[in-house]
Ligand binder design. Structure first.
Ligand code: NAP
Length: 286
């Protein structure tokens, strides 16, 4: 029940109306019996500083930060975790003992969560796409000690930037999607992660298509694990295709829930948060 003692956690971004975070976070807060609610608040660029400073004064227990504020919020934090610094993006904030914002990023932990029970040490991986999510994915693969990462993208500029950022940490190489070597890479990969939005349920992207087209996938083997960051539809067209090829697949909803679970754990100083409760709430909602 919401009472005069109830406090709040908020998602700040623009837009936020599509976000699934309120669904899964409120399910978890209710399950844990915490006197907290989670709401999504749209905030324009020019209002970010005012909003964050105001929230310091009114019993806000934490924030999620989404597009377009993930980088801008750095200037408004007095503490930043090493992983947020590494990714150059913050998605979670809480107030420290001096009532100043402390920022972190839970995307890498979220990405790794469904992979933790699989032994991927020294295995070969392939990442499709070179945008924001690819950075978290690559950092996660480095943390899991994979042997090589091949990144395939249609965008030469962002691809080169991404490779440069990580080349000191792991054997990583970039390829354009029409490169002839792509077939060999697919055939050899133990894990393929799609970070492009192709196949996503949106007016912008055609449904039932695979990243880089169907012929790109012709040498996919059943030994390969296919992880798609897309969570709507669930399963995505790529995962449906991969199941038919006999592959083990991982759905983007697992990452979505796990990064939310890690944020809630950060706000509550390490409380164990129920993955299944959050996951079930989303499955019922979608
Ligand atoms: P982003 O920064 O816009 O990057 C998207 C990447 O995909 C870019 O390299 C982009 O290339 C490429 N791309 C876009 N359209 C393409 C197309 N038609 N064909 C081939 N490549 C294309 O986006 P993001 O933040 O990385 O997010 C990417 C996807 O991951 C989205 O679907 C998002 O919902 C999902 N995601 C899921 C989670 C989760 O928790 N499950 C977390 C984060 C992101 P260009 O630069 O050339 O456009």
């Amino acid at each position: 029940m919401i009472s005069s003692k109830t406090s709040f956690i908020a998602l700040i971004g623009n837009p936020v109306s599509h976000s699934l975070s309120p669904i899964m976070q409120n399910a978890a807060l209710q399950y844990l019996g915490l006197d907290l609610i989670y709401i999504a608040i749209p905030c324009k660029d020019q209002d970010l500083e005012l909003v964050l400073n105001s929230f310091k004064k009114i019993n806000c227990k934490g924030l999620n930060i989404t597009i377009p504020h993930k980088e801008k919020v750095f200037d408004l934090c007095s503490e930043i975790s090493p992983i947020a610094n590494q990714l150059k993006a913050i998605n979670t904030l809480k107030l420290n003992s001096e009532k100043e914002w402390s920022g972190t990023n839970t995307d890498v932990e979220g990405f790794i969560y469904p992979l933790k029970t699989l032994n991927l040490v020294k295995k070969k991986s392939m990442v499709l796409g070179s945008g924001g999510a690819a950075r978290s994915v690559i950092q996660g693969l480095i943390n899991l000690n994979l042997s090589t990462i091949s990144v395939v993208s249609r965008n030469k500029t962002s691809l080169n930037k991404l490779i440069k950022n990580f080349e000191n940490q792991i054997k990583i190489k970039g390829f354009l999607n029409n490169d002839n070597q792509a077939q060999n890479l697919i055939e050899e990969a133990d894990l393929i992660v799609n970070t492009t939005p192709v196949g996503m349920n949106s007016s912008k992207y055609a449904m039932n298509i695979l990243p880089y087209g169907e012929t790109f996938w012709r040498s996919l083997k059943s030994k390969t694990i296919v992880y798609d960051l897309i969570y709507n539809p669930s399963p995505s067209p790529l995962l449906k295709f991969s199941v038919k090829k006999g592959c083990f697949t991982i759905d983007g909803m697992q990452m979505l829930v796990a990064q939310g679970m890690k944020s809630l754990s950060f706000w509550t100083n390490g409380l164990e948060v129920p993955f299944q409760v959050m996951n079930d709430a989303l499955k019922t909602y979608l």
